[in-house]
Design a protein around this ligand. Structure first.
Ligand code: UD1
Ligand code: UDP
Length: 367
């Protein structure tokens, strides 16, 4: 039997924890060989390599080294570089994850070379087309051949857009697989001690959406509110490189550094970050993945956005959309025990990769 070759596209921080469980599950199979293609969209050690280490991924089989740039530059460079690899190596499947520029770029390349494309984490919609990720989601789902969804609301979004239901496999949430795979190491990391904090006595902050951090006014107001809120609840702020750059450009870094109750840190490794989140009183974020991880852990998540592509984390989980001016009041609810912590959604159980391999085998006619 010829081994089927499967390219797993890894590009940016949130992709690695989605691809890792799939890589490990496919590595157990005898009918296929999984190869990792790193586009290089994220490249700092603590935005990329540290995740390969924590998630026990081997070095990428191919590295496109595209780096940063405008949307067109980045998407275009990934397309140009990945087309060379895909044409030369002719994979049987291309799996793209999430909603970053590399996701759409590689989906376009695969589709035009008539290689079946699988979209891992399909069907999420914020309804906000000013988010670059929403465009990436809509376009990727429109051209992918197989759509792996995390929950029923994602299936409904796709069906509403006339995606035929035979393309959809609801397999669950891969991020939870990574958490479960590393749960022992996460529980053993001593981040609370390292930051001299008290369990449930602090909030974790992570922000990087352009709508929050790319404009001086909105970033200044975020810094001001976090500063006031940290008087009642100490904070650890793991600063994304986009955000660090903007804080510097807008002259806000010194103001943030002067806050006695906010510990600033570089982006943390996955094990370190999840250890800190799991003992936190609350998380303040605009991250997509963190909304899901906090729902799984039942940790109050205050999402500083107007919309979310993950409404199930609000309907069933521990997430709430919060306007920046309401941050202090909502943190008060958390501290008074009045914030709803919800339940875990169906199929967020650590077995998404297992289900997706069964589904793919069926489509590959090898089951
Ligand atoms: C990207 C994704 C976003 C995702 C986020 C996860 C797109 C359109 N955006 O946003 O959906 O939520 O990743 O973190 O795909 N930089 C570094 N080092 C790095 C990477 C980036 O310093 O390793 C800096 C560069 O100055 C770069 C900026 O961060 O210009 C933004 O990086 P980019 O990948 O364009 O977008 P993100 O904000 O990271
Ligand atoms: N994360 C991390 N270290 C950090 C911040 C986030 O390991 O300092 C992890 C987090 O646990 C989640 C993922 O990064 O698994 C989310 O990525 P990000 O917020 O960059 O992207 P998004 O999900 O918003 O696209």
């Amino acid at each position: 039997m010829n081994l089927q070759k499967i390219h797993l596209i890894a590009a940016a921080r949130p992709n690695f924890m989605k691809i890792a469980p799939l890589y490990h599950a496919l590595s157990q199979e005898r009918w296929c060989r999984a190869e990792i293609v790193h586009t290089g969209q994220h490249y700092d050690y603590n935005m990329s390599d540290s995740f390969f280490r924590d998630l026990k991924l081997p070095e990428a089989d191919f590295h496109l080294e595209v780096g940063s740039g405008s949307h067109a530059e980045q998407t275009g460079r990934v397309m140009i570089e990945y087309e060379k690899i895909a044409e030369h190596t002719r994979p049987d499947w291309v799996v793209v994850a999430g909603d970053v520029n590399s996701t759409l770029a590689c989906a376009l390349v695969g589709t035009k070379l008539c290689i079946p494309v699988v979209h891992l984490e399909a069907g999420l919609r914020s309804g906000d087309r000013s988010m670059p990720e929403e465009i990436n989601r809509l376009a990727t789902d429109a051209i992918a051949d197989v759509l792996w969804t995390p929950s029923a609301d994602a299936d409904a979004n796709l069906l509403r857009e006339n995606v035929p239901d035979y393309k959809i496999d609801r397999v669950g949430n891969f991020m939870i697989d990574s958490y479960e795979m590393l749960r022992d190491s996460i529980d053993a990391a001593k981040m609370v001690e390292r930051f001299a904090l008290v369990p449930r006595g602090y909030a974790v902050v992570t922000l990087h959406r352009p709508a929050n951090v790319d404009h001086a006014d909105s970033l200044a107001s975020l810094v001001a509110q976090l500063s006031i809120a940290s008087d009642s609840l100490p904070m650890v702020f793991a600063v994304h490189p986009r955000t660090r750059k903007r804080l510097g450009e807008f002259g806000l870094l010194a103001r943030l550094e002067a806050c006695a109750n906010i510990r600033l840190t570089a982006p943390l490794g996955y094990i370190e970050f999840m250890n800190l989140v799991s003992s936190a009183a609350a998380v303040v974020t605009d991250s997509g993945g963190v909304q899901e991880e906090t729902t799984y852990l039942g940790i109050p998540c205050l999402t500083l956005r107007d919309t979310t592509e993950r409404p199930i984390t609000i309907e069933e989980g521990s997430n709430r959309l919060v306007q920046i001016h309401a941050l202090i009041d909502v943190l008060g609810e958390v501290m008074n025990g009045r914030f709803r912590t919800g339940r875990r959604p169906a199929l967020w159980d650590g077995k998404a990769a297992q289900r997706s391999v069964i589904a793919l085998k069926r489509r590959a006619n090898v089951s």
